[in-house]
Design a protein around this ligand. Structure first.
Ligand SMILES: Nc1ncnc2c1ncn2[C@@H]1O[C@H](COP(=O)(O)OP(=O)(O)OP(=O)(O)O)[C@@H](O)[C@H]1O
Length: 643
């Protein structure tokens, strides 16, 4: 097998057994956290291409999250040679590319929900689409993290293996102890039935010919604290099938895991100078993990207030075309560029730490390559249609990351600080002890070296608003626990598409200076910078929207809000059906720049505003839990009931 020698790992006999299965074999690999599943898959891909001589295009690699795809991609690039051309996709992006193959001109796909596209892709597979398009029948299917295959994604994979399993091989890898995405199935009884369902389906469909292999070592955790939770993996994998028994066992495990966490050192408060320095001075990577996004937003604020540069881990579904793509598109008027020219342009840009430009080149060629060159119109189209490869759109590792445990799945960090969770609530209908116990297990198994806990009082004023159609899901600052609590609104979370991207920043209110604004974004605006929204006037944009807000960075306007933001803010302020929203916050503070993104829009629009002929511009993305400021300093909701 060809692997790059400098980083070659010595695989264990168990790992080697997985790697060397024949290409047409049906293999299920189960293992605990840090057992080297992703690493083993990397070597498996190399074996399939180098020894079994499959073409990269004959291998289909699917995984659950973008970060998992990127992790696999990076390891392939580091450890493998012949497998480097193998493509890895999330289920969602593969479903989309399949549907685009079926009907390349379809423009409505990106507006459909992820689940709808997955269902359509499943139907397309069943109708024989893959054989009819240039994708062709895969000779081998590799799927990572199968424990999280529930609902429509499980059905997609079952359709795929049903159709091709007979003639093709597969390698599927998972850890039932880390199944934490069951909540995608909203009905709790159905959810319980989903646990292990894919494993059961696989065993019954492929019978004795299914080769089941286990990996039993742990390579990640090198200290005793980092290893604390490992013995619980097996117990979580083997939870009873009967729901009440499983709940009882999982409740006990959750209790024990919490007790283990109580025994590790409390990292302390970020406003303590010593604690702050030890965060800033640490040379490795640190993750601060918590149960939900409300907590992540509060911890991020605490870090920001204390001058600790960090990033909030985005949702796996939040795709963002990086800023430097705009520079590539406008650096030349040529129709296509060769690798040399690309590398030359990249040397003139400030790119994120850790960006491997050769790898980025290869990734872009996959969607916009034409005879070895990068076709810039195809690249523009790929950005506009949200078809960039997953490894280009996910976040780069930062030294300090605040994340929910869900979003940290599949990742590892040198040091992990886990926010101590509360005890499981008794007798609540939405209580799901197996899911909670697995979640805590995932959190406690992410560290390579140091594991700490942090303790914060629960802020009951920070809640999730999740209602209505179209669905709106945001964290907000509400009232406390009293009878008036439901009428209070003190702030709202910023989300991915809150800033208008339809026209270049600066093309509409409040500046009307697109060229200057684009330059200012490039020169002066950085991830993590503090920004605020200011209401521009008192005229609501429609009956279900607030007035327009401008985005300000150090007093300078750099954009305006999207329709989606204005509608969401209006919905949050409309505290009941009869409540008439009449006033809106004057300012929304405590927001930060998440990143600048490349928007591929209309060339005519970009030209009209004096930018470029390509139709490309930058737009700021926001993050943080905004705080409303009403005029007069009052923080009360303003408005009134309909007469
Ligand atoms: N044979 C090996 N020798 C040395 N290190 C290894 C070996 N196999 C894996 N590792 C290392 O162990 C760590 C964990 O591996 P990996 O991420 O592949 O595990 P995993 O089972 O996918 O983890 P999880 O399911 O918890 O996300 C990585 O840092 C990887 O480089």
């Amino acid at each position: 097998m060809t692997v790059t020698s400098d980083v070659r790992l010595t695989l264990t006999a168990e790992q080697q057994a997985v790697v060397t299965q024949p290409w047409d074999g049906w293999t299920l690999v189960t293992a605990g956290a840090g057992a080297g599943k992703t690493t083993t898959l990397t070597y498996r891909l190399e074996h399939l291409t180098a020894v079994e001589e499959l073409e990269a295009s004959e291998i289909l690699v699917l995984s659950f999250s973008r970060s998992a795809v990127r992790e696999l991609r990076e390891r392939v690039d580091r450890l493998a040679v012949t497998a480097r051309r193998v493509r890895a996709y999330t289920f969602d992006s593969w479903a989309l590319s399949l549907l685009l193959q079926q009907d390349p001109g379809r423009e409505d796909l990106t507006s459909l929900s992820f689940d709808k596209r997955i269902k359509m892709a499943t139907e397309a597979i069943e109708a024989g689409l893959i054989e009819q398009t240039e994708i062709g029948r895969p000779a081998h299917v590799v799927i990572d993290e199968v424990q999280d295959l529930v609902g429509v994604r499980r059905e997609l994979v079952e359709a795929l293996l049903d159709r091709f399993g007979g003639d093709s091989g597969f390698t599927v890898v998972g850890d039932a102890a880390q199944a934490i995405y069951g909540f995608q199935v909203s009905d709790t009884r159905e959810r319980a039935a989903e646990t292990n369902r894919f494993f059961d389906w696989l065993r019954s469909s492929f019978g004795v010919e299914l080769v089941e292999l286990r990996l039993t070592d742990n390579f990640r955790a090198v200290t005793s604290e980092a290893r604390l939770a490992l013995p619980y993996g097996r117990r979580l994998q083997d939870l009873p099938r009967e729901q009440s028994d499983a709940d009882a066992k999982a409740t006990a495990i959750h209790y024990e895991l919490r007790a283990l966490l109580e025994r590790v050192i409390d990292f302390g408060s970020f406003d303590d100078g010593f604690v702050r320095d030890s965060l800033l001075d640490y040379a490795g990577t640190t993750a601060i993990l918590c149960r939900d996004n409300g907590q992540a937003l509060l911890l991020s604020k605490e870090l920001g207030d204390n001058g600790v540069d960090h990033r909030i881990q985005r949702s796996a579904r939040d795709r963002l075309a990086p800023e430097w793509l705009a520079d590539i598109l406008v650096a030349t008027s040529a129709a296509a560029i060769a690798e040399d020219r690309f590398l030359e342009i990249m040397t003139t840009l400030t790119t994120p730490d850790g960006l491997d430009v050769t790898r980025a080149w290869r990734s872009m060629l996959r969607v916009a390559g034409a005879r070895g060159q990068l076709d810039l119109s195809s690249l523009h189209r790929a950005i506009a249609e949200d078809r960039l490869p997953d490894e280009l759109t996910c976040q780069f590792a930062h030294r300090i990351t605040v994340s929910t445990i869900h979003r940290a799945k599949g990742l590892e960090f040198d040091r992990v600080l886990v926010l101590t969770p509360g005890a499981l609530p008794d007798g609540r209908a939405d209580n799901d002890p197996p899911a909670e116990a697995r979640l805590l297990y995932v959190a406690l198994t992410r560290a390579r070296h140091d594991l700490y806990r942090i303790s914060r009082d629960r802020d009951w004023m920070v809640r999730k608003f999740a209602h209505g159609y179209p669905p709106m899901e945001r964290w907000y600052r509400g009232g406390g626990r009293g009878p008036q609590a439901r009428w209070k609104r003190y702030g709202m979370e910023a989300a991915g598409l809150d800033i208008n991207r339809e026209v270049p920043a600066g093309a509409d209110e409040p500046t009307s200076d697109p060229v200057g604004t684009q330059r200012y974004l490039t020169d002066c605006v950085r991830s993590g910078d503090a920004v605020e929204l200011r209401r521009l006037h008192d005229l609501p944009m429609s009956a279900i929207e607030t007035p327009q807000y401008g985005l300000f960075h150090e007093g300078r306007p750099i954009g305006s809000t999207s329709e989606r933001f204005r509608q969401d803010l209006w919905r949050l302020l409309k505290v009941s059906r009869d409540w008439k929203v009449e006033r809106w916050p004057l300012r929304i503070t405590e927001l930060r720049i998440d990143a600048l993104e490349t928007v591929a829009g209309s060339p005519a629009v970009a030209k009209r505003f004096g930018l470029n002929d390509r139709g490309v511009w930058l737009a700021p993305r926001l993050c943080g839990l905004g705080r409303f400021e009403w005029h007069g300093g009052s923080s009360e909701l303003e408005g009134g009931f309909d007469a």
